[in-house]
Design a protein around this ligand. Structure first.
Ligand SMILES: [Zn+2]
Length: 419
C-alpha cells in the first residue's frame, strides 16, 4: 500500500475493527447483562466473591473464539478468588500490552436509593444501569470486544495482547493483582505494559500515570480539664489544638514543589475531621483530637513530612504547655510514576484522538489506584476510560456510546499500524 493515500478513519485495520464493533453493540449490552447478574461482591464486603462471574466469563470467552484461559485462584479463607488471563500472540512478539480489569464489584448499598434491581441491567435510553456496569465491566466488555473484533476479522494484533481479569480490586487486591505479582510473577515479563480501564473522565482526555502519596494523621492534644470559670488552673486542649491546626498550614510553604501533572499541582495538607470533646459549655477541654488528610507529591519522602509535622507539634507543646501526639492512621506511599513519554501513553493518546477526536494527556491523581501495584514492580501502567465516574454510587451507569467507543480505542491500540 506504500504511496497510496488513505482517507482519515478509512480502510485501516483499526477502522475495520471499529466497524465490526459497531455491528455488535447488542452483544456487548448482552454481556454486560450476564456479568451484572452474577453478584461478585467480595467476602470482605459480605458477598460471595467472583467465582460465579469468573466461571461464566471463562466459558463465554471459550465459546467466542478465544484460546485457552489461564485461571489462577487465590484462597481467601476458603473462598476462591479467581484471576483469569489469556494472551493472543501478535506480529511483534517482543512487546506485550495487557488490558487489566477487575471482576469484583462493591455492594449496592442502600437499595431504596436504586430505581431498579442493582443486579439486573436496565436500559435507560443510551445508558445501562446496574451495579458494576461501569466499575469495572465497561473495561471488561470493551477490552474483550476489541480483541474479539480482531480475532473475528483475522487481524493479528500488532504485538502480544493480554487480557487480565483480576479479583479483589475493591478491597485492596490482596487476592487479585498483588497476589498475582507475588505468587505468579512468571505470568509477567519485564517490559510488559498495562492499560487499566478503571477510571477516567467524561471526555476521555485523562490518562492517569501518577498518584500522590496518601497520608492520614491523627493529632491528640492533652492539656488539663477544669471548670471554665477557672482557666488559669487548667490547660485548654482545644485552644492548643486549634493553634496546631493553623500552624500546620505552614506545611504548604515547607513543601512548595509543583508538578503540573497534578491538579492541584502541589502537595496538600488539610485538617478534616474533629472529634467531639466535652459535652457542656462550662468545661475547659483537657483533650482535643483532629485528623489531617495529606496528599504528597511522589518523590517527597513521608519521613521528611513527618519530621516537619513533629517539629510543629513541639512548638505548640512549648507555647501551650500541652502534650501533642501524632499517629499515622493510613499511609500509602506513591508508586513511581509511569513516564509521560512512555510508549503506551503515546499509543493510547493516538488511539483516543482517532476514535474520540480528543487530545488525551498524561495526568496525576490525588489517590492510589490499582495501577500502583504494577508501577511498584517497574511496569508502565496507564489508567484510562471515558466515563462519568458513577462507580460505587446507587444507579451506577455506563453510556453505551462510551462502552462502544472505548472498545474502538482498545482495538486501535491492538491493531497493526497502516503500512
Ligand atoms: Zn474499579
Amino acid at each position: 500500500m506504500a504511496g497510496k493515500k488513505r482517507h482519515p478513519g478509512g480502510d485501516t485495520l483499526a477502522a475495520r475493527a471499529a466497524a465490526w464493533i459497531e455491528q455488535h453493540v447488542s452483544d456487548m449490552v448482552a454481556l454486560e447483562g450476564e456479568l451484572t447478574r452474577r453478584n461478585a461482591v467480595g467476602p470482605a464486603n459480605g458477598g460471595p466473591g467472583e467465582a460465579e462471574k469468573a466461571n461464566f466469563l471463562e466459558a463465554w470467552l471459550l465459546d467466542h473464539g478465544f484460546g485457552p484461559v489461564t485461571r489462577l485462584v487465590a484462597d481467601d479463607n476458603g473462598v476462591q478468588r479467581p484471576n483469569l488471563l489469556l494472551v493472543v500472540p501478535g506480529i511483534d512478539r517482543s512487546r506485550r500490552i495487557w488490558f487489566m480489569s477487575h471482576l469484583d464489584v462493591v455492594p449496592p448499598g442502600d437499595l431504596s436509593l436504586w430505581k431498579s434491581d442493582p443486579f439486573q441491567v436496565r436500559v435507560e435510553g443510551d445508558k445501562l444501569v446496574g451495579r458494576g456496569v461501569e466499575d469495572n465491566q465497561q473495561g471488561i466488555v470493551a477490552s474483550v470486544f476489541a480483541l474479539r473484533a480482531l480475532l473475528e476479522l483475522g487481524i493479528q494484533p500488532r504485538c502480544d495482547i493480554g487480557l487480565l481479569f483480576v479479583a479483589d480490586e475493591e478491597t485492596g487486591s490482596t487476592f487479585g493483582v498483588r497476589w498475582l505479582l507475588e505468587n505468579h510473577p512468571e505470568v509477567f515479563l519485564p517490559g510488559d505494559e498495562f492499560v487499566v480501564p478503571d477510571a477516567g473522565n467524561e471526555d476521555g482526555s485523562q490518562i492517569e500515570v501518577a498518584e500522590k502519596t496518601i497520608l492520614w494523621l491523627r493529632f491528640r492534644t492533652v492539656g488539663k480539664q477544669v471548670h471554665a470559670s477557672t482557666p488559669q488552673l487548667g490547660k485548654n486542649a482545644l485552644v492548643a489544638g486549634a493553634h496546631l491546626v493553623t500552624k500546620l498550614r505552614s506545611l504548604y510553604e515547607r513543601f512548595e514543589d509543583r508538578d503540573p501533572l497534578f491538579m492541584p499541582p502541589m502537595s496538600t495538607f488539610e485538617a478534616t475531621r474533629h472529634d467531639a470533646n466535652v459535652p457542656n459549655i462550662n468545661t475547659i477541654p483537657g483533650e482535643d483530637i483532629f485528623y489531617m488528610d495529606c496528599r504528597i507529591l511522589p518523590g517527597i519522602p513521608v519521613e521528611v513530612v513527618l519530621a516537619q509535622v513533629k517539629g510543629i507539634c513541639e512548638e505548640v507543646e512549648r507555647s501551650h504547655r500541652v502534650v501533642c501526639g501524632v499517629d499515622v492512621v493510613q499511609r500509602e506511599d506513591a508508586a513511581p510514576p509511569t513516564p509521560v513519554g512512555a510508549m503506551i501513553v503515546a499509543d493510547l493518546a493516538r488511539a483516543v484522538r482517532s476514535v474520540y477526536g480528543v487530545d488525551a494527556r498524561a495526568r496525576g491523581i490525588g489517590g492510589g489506584t490499582v495501577a500502583g501495584h504494577l508501577r511498584r514492580k517497574g511496569f508502565h501502567a496507564v489508567v484510562w476510560a471515558r466515563q462519568d465516574e458513577t462507580a460505587h454510587q446507587p444507579n451506577e451507569y455506563v453510556w453505551i456510546p462510551n462502552l462502544v467507543g472505548d472498545a474502538k480505542v482498545f482495538a486501535h491500540l491492538m491493531a497493526p499500524e497502516p503500512a
